[in-house]
Design a protein around this ligand. Sequence first.
Ligand SMILES: Nc1ncnc2c1ncn2[C@@H]1O[C@H](COP(=O)(O)OP(=O)(O)O)[C@@H](O)[C@H]1O
Ligand SMILES: *[C@@H]1O[C@H](CO)[C@@H](O)[C@H](O)[C@H]1NC(C)=O
Ligand SMILES: *[C@@H]1O[C@H](CO)[C@@H](O)[C@H](O)[C@H]1NC(C)=O
Ligand SMILES: *[C@@H]1O[C@H](CO)[C@@H](O)[C@H](O)[C@H]1NC(C)=O
Ligand SMILES: *[C@@H]1O[C@H](CO)[C@@H](O)[C@H](O)[C@H]1NC(C)=O
Ligand SMILES: *[C@@H]1O[C@H](CO)[C@@H](O)[C@H](O)[C@H]1NC(C)=O
Ligand SMILES: *[C@@H]1O[C@H](CO)[C@@H](O)[C@H](O)[C@H]1NC(C)=O
Length: 678
Amino acid sequence: MPPELLHLITTSLLLLVAAGPCCLAATGGGGGDGRQFAYNGFAGADLALDGVATVTPNGLLMLTNGTIQKKGHAFHPSPVPLRAARSFSTTFVFAIFGQYIDLSSPGMAFFVTTSREVLSAALPGQFMGLLNGTRNTNRGAHIFAVELDTLLNAECRDISSNHVGVDLDSLVSRGSADAGYYDDGTGRFQNLSLISRKAMQVWVDYDSAATEVTVTMAPLGVSRPKKPLLRTAVNLSAAVAQQDTAYVGFASATGILFSRHFVVGWSFALDGPAPALNISSLPTLPPSGPKPRPKVLEIVLPIASAAVVLAVGAAAYVLVRRHLRYSEVVEEWEAEFGPHRFSYKDLFQATKGFSDTNLLGAGGFGSVYKGVLRKSAMEVAVKRVSHESRQGMKEFIAEVASMRRLRHRNLVQLLGYCRRKGQLLLVYDYMPNGSLDKYLHDRSKGGTLDWPQRLHIIRGVASGLSYLHEDWEQIVIHRDVKASNVLLDDQMNGRLGDFGLARLYDHGSDARTTHVVGTMGYLAPELGHTGKATPSTDVFAFGAFVLEVTCGRRPIKQDEGNNRVMLVDWVAEHWRNGLITKAADTRMLNSRFNLDEVSLVLKLGLLCSHPLPNGRPTMRQVMQYLDGDMLLPDSSPAAYLSSTMLEWMHSPELNTNAIKSYVSSTSFGVISDLSGGR
Ligand SMILES: Nc1ncnc2c1ncn2[C@@H]1O[C@H](COP(=O)(O)OP(=O)(O)O)[C@@H](O)[C@H]1O
Ligand SMILES: *[C@@H]1O[C@H](CO)[C@@H](O)[C@H](O)[C@H]1NC(C)=O
Ligand SMILES: *[C@@H]1O[C@H](CO)[C@@H](O)[C@H](O)[C@H]1NC(C)=O
Ligand SMILES: *[C@@H]1O[C@H](CO)[C@@H](O)[C@H](O)[C@H]1NC(C)=O
Ligand SMILES: *[C@@H]1O[C@H](CO)[C@@H](O)[C@H](O)[C@H]1NC(C)=O
Ligand SMILES: *[C@@H]1O[C@H](CO)[C@@H](O)[C@H](O)[C@H]1NC(C)=O
Ligand SMILES: *[C@@H]1O[C@H](CO)[C@@H](O)[C@H](O)[C@H]1NC(C)=O
């Protein structure tokens, strides 16, 4: 039942009861000396209330009213002369109504304190409105409490989420026990659930001679069990009984969940047993069950029927809106790709409506959202690409469908796609550890990757790329190998992503290309001349990637004088000066750092960056070098880098229009690939 309805029902019932002829006895201040009092309900009682505490019309003391993160206190109006007493005794009946029957807010407590200030500074939530921290820091004041705690809080060293504790100036209890009682007949322990919404009675007795407090509890109506639940040594003479008088009352608080705490009756006495409560004259609690009373239905039914009319209208509105919201573009030819197609509605719901909180990042041609598919509970990454043109879409979808069959543990699996007007959505496996470039270049995460991890990632990417080039039925050229396209799975394996960009490259067929796909710094020099992507241009990009990972530097860097420094040149420079390993990322220095491996990988990176396509190894050879199955050729810098390297890199031919448009260093692809005819 929604809390509002419960509230409505409760209030109406309370009003009915209050209007009845029942007399609710409240015999406060028995004897007039404040040494003894009894409340069989609180109607007309002169309690001092603060926070959200109120007395309901039928006489229930409601300490918290269902608003979250609030506290409420109720004090007996006059302080009691505790110092003049040897002992005290109190009994009360309470009930806790949580939002859920099995999940509750913090509990409530009976307290005795020398100062009301402690309570006014107290916090809600786990502090139960008793203290403003785990311990009382107010040196001039003391507080004793018996807590009925319904939360398991590590800071307070709680034993369970359903316990009774004896506290003195601290929420770390002196003694505690799971809520329940020992049956007088059988002697067996019976559990009680504090948040069961049922009324329960508690007896607290302090014996100053024995310096001991006992706490006993039982369901309402069961007479006081002989064996107490809890017996705890505590000396109050130096604490709450130190000053002439002390305040007594109840505190409770709510946390992040709605709950209400009720005290139904209460009696107290100094130097003797607390007066018995008259159970039959206690006010009644709100109904705890989910079933509303017939009387209430009379109020609810007209509201409900009005609501039905409204609901039908709203449903019609929602259906129309939904139709627009989830509309897709499906064309006839797509039927053959059916299984790879996701419905827009599923993706919309999976990503919470492509909300900003689900945004993983934005690349050169669209945003990537995290999603959880509702049916399979599978985590996915949805890339949303906007496209204007329909040209080439069929070929592209055919590619997506065939790429779905590419499976390798170092590739980010493409699961399928969806199309809408002006939008293409690509669905990939979700990679929990994000993209590699963050680990290399973000200050906050810098140095988190040690050498063995980096080598493992380089090996993985090499293996994935080798699969694309050589192990599949067709040669697949990735075209955009770079650190930000390498994603890390939960085991920190490197996986090559962004297959949406790769275009199939059939053996022997004409690979006319009108656009260069790629990112500055990773583009092979010959692309500037031919504009034609080949496996060997992928190897060049892989070389730049290897150096980037090993050195922790971007392939192109602007130095102080605003000159572009190529990472390749920088590494080669170190080699010529004698020690190539000096170029490695210094942030890995304290990890297991195998100089031979680092040196091999750097040299391999340079070899792949060879300005001439024929000078570069194939990905299969790269794998052999990495595995030590083949030795790198002649180990001198000159063998790897002809002196023409720099000239190539800075030659005017490189600055062709094709390259110029990508100097922004963002990748591009699908969009222009699609709109620019094939
Ligand atoms: N499959 C995925 N799993 C988790 N995060 C991803 C996935 N794909 C992309 N991302 C995140 O989204 C960001 C943008 O992706 P992308 O558009 O591919 O960027 P770029 O254009 O730089 O390659 C990435 O940096 C990455 O953090
Ligand atoms: C609880 O009491 C507070 C303060 O009196 C009030 O603002 C809030 O609306 C009440 N909540 C409910 C559910 O009655
Ligand atoms: C708690 O309240 C006391 C006064 O009762 C104050 O001295 C102390 O600084 C407060 N502590 C915190 C953590 O707010
Ligand atoms: C009391 O509750 C505890 C924890 O929920 C449980 O382990 C125990 O068996 C229960 N005992 C009885 C007598 O119900
Ligand atoms: C209790 O504390 C008082 C005051 O500090 C002290 O006089 C008394 O001896 C203590 N009682 C016991 C049993 O420790
Ligand atoms: C208890 O309350 C009932 C109803 O109010 C009354 O009839 C009865 O006399 C009371 N009993 C005692 C012992 O006060
Ligand atoms: C990678 O992800 C796994 C699982 O999500 C996590 O346990 C691990 O700490 C992550 N590693 C890093 C370096 O963030």
